[in-house]
Design a binder for this molecule. Structure first.
Ligand code: LCS
Length: 396
């Protein structure tokens, strides 16, 4: 029997969600069902599993106990109806686009989304006749103006990668629903610990699990969580047929990583708040963007829709991109690498790395300037991180 998590706190829920000790040997950890297919008792049983008259595993692309355990756990944390784990975050983004868009339909998206989330739309879905408008969704007037009669999908990322701009989720849910569109929210930067878009009116929430949820920089993965059975079934049908699903070993790893999510998020956030304040006061720093700073233009929205401010900081160094690169090349604790949300600090330069594939004019218009540096703050001792940044900034 799994524990009833109703009314339990987030730390209890992240520790026990999806837990269901196996009935054969009682193993507390979920077993890895490393199998591609499942044997039917007889021909009628197989037919009933396919028709849905009986619940039963069929084939791992369609369902697998290890994968389902992870899906149930993350769905519990996001307050959804059901979740579908995918091979990567981009497989989740692609599945969302594929489910809600077709020839002649239109999407409105956040302009400063993760580079590939924008480029897969502009380069690939456009070839199938889907239309798009990427706008500054922090400005609700721009969102309203961009909506058309054929808009089927409002797709937002908040905080956005890498500008750390926020979008008002509840207001966007209202706008989307007035137009008969669905609202999909990429919640990667917050994780289910700090923001729950489904409780604010979104229809679908997605994550690159590669980041905070797995948290150990050793797995690529994604997940989509639907608020209703209807949306879950629509997504599931597309993913089962197109095949961007997660595998059992990957699911076992991400579930293991997720058990410590709230501890890592808490520590990363404490560190990030201190570092953001330190950077803001530093003479070599031109600007800092972190939702926990009073200076963040949407600090009030952050307090309203998020349960914490996260551990992603972007900043610009006096002297622009060259000075920024001096910091990147000389810090010793944050590693110079893309990705984010792991136990370790990482630093990178979006204009030439994660967002290099966005045409320059679109990139600059979205606020991803050449001088923007992005820091993912890990669980190290903050004094060590600060001393390290200090010695690198002193070289400018
Ligand atoms: N959504 C967001 C907000 C992301 O940051 C990423 C990847 C994705 C979706 C795609 O997920 P993936 O397929 O990589 O699991 N962001 C990356 C980044 O900022 N650095 O490296 C990858």
């Amino acid at each position: 029997m799994s524990l009833d998590l109703k009314g339990k706190g987030i730390n209890t829920r992240v520790t026990h969600a999806g837990e269901n000790p196996d009935s054969v040997h009682g193993s507390v950890g979920v077993p890895i069902y490393q199998t591609s297919t499942f044997k039917f008792r007889d021909a009628d049983h197989g037919a009933r599993c396919f028709s849905g008259d009986e619940k039963g595993y069929i084939y791992t692309r369609i369902g697998n106990p290890t994968i389902n355990t992870f899906e149930e756990a993350v769905t519990e944390l996001e307050h959804g109806f059901g979740g579908i784990a995918t091979a990567s975050g981009m497989a989740a983004v692609t599945a969302a686009y594929m489910t809600y868009l077709g020839a002649g339909s239109h999407m409105v998206g956040t302009d400063a989304v993760y580079g590939s989330s924008r480029m897969v739309m502009e380069n690939d879905f456009s070839r199938f006749g889907a239309e798009y408008s990427f706008v500054d969704t922090a400005n609700l007037d721009e969102v309203r103006k961009a909506m058309r009669p054929n808009t089927k999908l409002l797709y937002i990322e908040t905080p956005a990668n890498p500008t750390i701009k926020l979008t008002d989720i509840a207001a966007c849910a209202e706008i989307a629903h007035e137009h008969g569109a669905v609202l999909v929210v990429d919640n990667t930067f917050m994780s289910p610990i700090l923001q729950n878009p489904l409780t604010l009116g979104a229809d679908i929430v997605l994550h690159s699990i590669t980041k905070f949820i797995n948290g150990h920089t050793d797995v690529v993965g994604g997940v989509l969580i639907a608020k209703t059975e209807e949306e879950f079934n629509r997504l599931k049908a597309v993913i089962n047929n197109t095949g961007g699903t997660m595998d059992p070993h990957q699911s076992w790893l991400v579930l293991r990583g997720m058990r410590t999510l709230s501890l890592r998020v808490q520590r990363g956030e404490e560190n990030a708040q201190k570092l953001a304040e330190y950077l803001e006061a530093h003479s070599k720093i031109e600007w800092v963007r972190y939702p926990g700073l009073q200076s963040h233009p949407q600090h009030d929205l952050a307090k309203r829709q998020m349960k914490g401010f996260g551990s992603m900081i972007s900043f610009g160094v006096v002297g622009g991109v060259e000075s920024g690169k001096t910091v990147l090349n000389n810090v010793k604790i944050p590693q110079l690498a893309v990705s984010l949300g792991g136990y370790e600090s990482l630093i990178q330069h979006p204009a030439s790395m994660t967002h290099h594939n966005i045409p320059e004019a679109e990139r600059i218009e979205a606020g991803i300037t050449d001088g923007l540096m992005r820091l993912s703050v890990g669980t190290e001792d903050v004094e060590d991180l600060q001393a390290d940044l200090e010695q690198a900034l002193a070289l400018i």
